[in-house]
Design a protein around this ligand. Sequence first.
Ligand code: NAD
Length: 703
Amino acid sequence: MSTAHYALHGSIATLSLDNPPVNGLGHALRSAIVDGLQRAALDPQVHAVILIGSHKAFCGGADIREFNTPKASLAPTLRDVNVAQDEFQKPLVAAIGGFALGGGLELALACHYRVALRGAQLGLPEVKLGIIPGSGGTQRLPRLIPLADAVQMMVSGNPARAKQAKAWGLVDELVEGDLLQAALAYARTLVAQGRGPRRVRDLPVRFDGDAQAFVAELRLNVRQRWRGYPAPLEIAACAEAALFRPFDEARQFERSRFEVLVNSAESKALRHAFFAERQTSKIPDLADDTPVRDIRRAAVIGAGLMGSGIAMCFANAGIPVTLIDTKKEALERGLENIRKNYAASVSRNRLTEPQMNERMQAISSALDLGAAGEADVVVEAVYERMDLKQDIFRLLDRIAKPGAILATNTSTLDVDAIAAVTGRPQDVLGMHFFSPANVMRLLEVVRGERTGKDVLASAMKLGKALGKLPVVARVCDGFIGNRMLEQYVRQSLFLLDEGATPQQVDQALQAWGFAMGPFAMYDMAGNDIGREIRQRRAKERPELRYSALAERICERGRFGQKSGKGWHRYEPGSRAPLPDPEVDALLAAHRAALGVTPRTIGDAEIVERCLLALVNEGAQILDEGVALRASDIDMVYLAGYGFPPYRGGPMFYADNRGLKDILESLHRYADGYEGAFWQPAPLLERLAGEGGSFGAFRRAVNT
Ligand SMILES: NC(=O)c1ccc[n+]([C@@H]2O[C@H](COP(=O)([O-])OP(=O)(O)OC[C@H]3O[C@@H](n4cnc5c(N)ncnc54)[C@H](O)[C@@H]3O)[C@@H](O)[C@H]2O)c1
């Protein structure tokens, strides 16, 4: 049962928050705090009160178990608690260990004094869920720390360390050792010095200068930096309110903006993503206590683009790794690229020189596959050829130590066929990193037919240890992300056939929120890669039609950024895509050859068609069980494909619009250009007919 335990230590009363795991501010805890304050107020023996959590957690904010339940808004709310704190007539001290986040920091801000353990973190991360602090945080924080820093803290959502908090004045004293004893000593000193309650609401906002100009500039910056996100702009509005309105009025303004944001589409999408991320690690047929294998050493085979990035991931996580390539020059180039990459991080102050040296030392190299014999996990990242990969796995079967996890980074090949050449298919799975591997968060963990449960659990755990977001996929060509991307690519090309330009398609999708337009993305990845895929498709699935435009671009050597021209043109040394009349001429000739009279296609149609291409394939992937759940597909797109977080992912987008509406759009497009593309996935048809949603869909056998 969650509560706040009341105890007396001489003249000091303590209220110990007790609602594991993070002391979430559920109704019972809120009530217990108010009750405790009343009791202390009435006891003449008590001269000061300490609000304390554990060493690991002061308070993590709202109790997520109460989300969307009536209890969340049942009195006393956090606002009521804050009023009780403000009105409390004896010094009230927050003793912060671990973290004080969101409502947890608002609770601490409404105390009169704050002490914190050195390692503690204090933050208002609400913006990450598309909302703002709703219980006075936007008004109290800038009364304790400079307004510009307060705004920065709230707009980024990133917590501050206790040391920084002390330097700002957010924390009155940094303490070490036993938090309770240190807080008691602090409170006794307050009492001895005769210092009374100090209401933060009565302090002036910490700002000097031209308030109007500050707010105007802030709005401008936030608009540019956080396009599409309404919450940061509301934080700017609350900063303005702090400057120009009395506390209570500004507090009410904050609350009204909070209410608007909670109901916004963007916040719903961001909250969806928050929960979706936590869902990814839940694998229905994998018990929580599935044993995991110990991973102390890694080997990466292939020192190319991916292999060198993957080796960095291990080194960054403190796992010694051997990078292996049979070609000396390739190995040297790989190591050199790693060195350059780290050096760039040092020059940007993201890494210190000793850290760089430590990481370089964690990476050893070898020309012989035998060096993989010591590793607990081997990641193969050689050329995308089945014969080559199978040869390597045959060899690994002989040399890898028993129990080693054998992973392939293949993007498209059949992981089961790779596993089948070994005598230990239970140890084999796919670990599909994304480029650049040391940067991209997404990791598709590809579960083969015979992958052992402990191996799957180990790979998921390892992925997290590498700082990745692991998402489980079943074996199929392209897994989740690239399989959907292929349909997006096909549709983007059909749009050009019909009359759109690469600039228009890119701009439309970027304006909708994608990190990058598709054609700029193809130019970055290299158009020759797409050509290889199409050539393979022509043999495997001749019915899958591609616009011949992609071929026309490659024939002219327009491979993308690496050749200075692709769908766009690039100035030497620049990655900025520029329009190219040669491409316009090529498009015109191509359309003439097709007999297509170009038409003007609106941005809304461009966006919708590209999204529906993703959604329809996503539905198929869900139906086949390639993804465990729709929200996993969303996470793949959010973490790996630059899908705008405030839109929640393609499946969330579809559910939000309603699947009936989505299906109607598919039917409408089926009457247009390349109509065969729009054959609805059976699951989409079924769910639309039943009034169902992707989010609620679960396969009967979900293994
Ligand atoms: N490039 C991407 O964006 C990307 C993304 C995800 C996955 N992948 C997959 O990762 C793998 C590698 O792709 P890449 O882009 O890094 O290729 P790459 O061409 O940059 O590197 C491949 C490396 O493998 C080495 N190699 C070849 N045969 C070898 C052998 N027998 N033993 C040891 N090393 C050998 C080569 O010398 C080369 O250095 C492929 O399976 C690819 O599909 C690529």
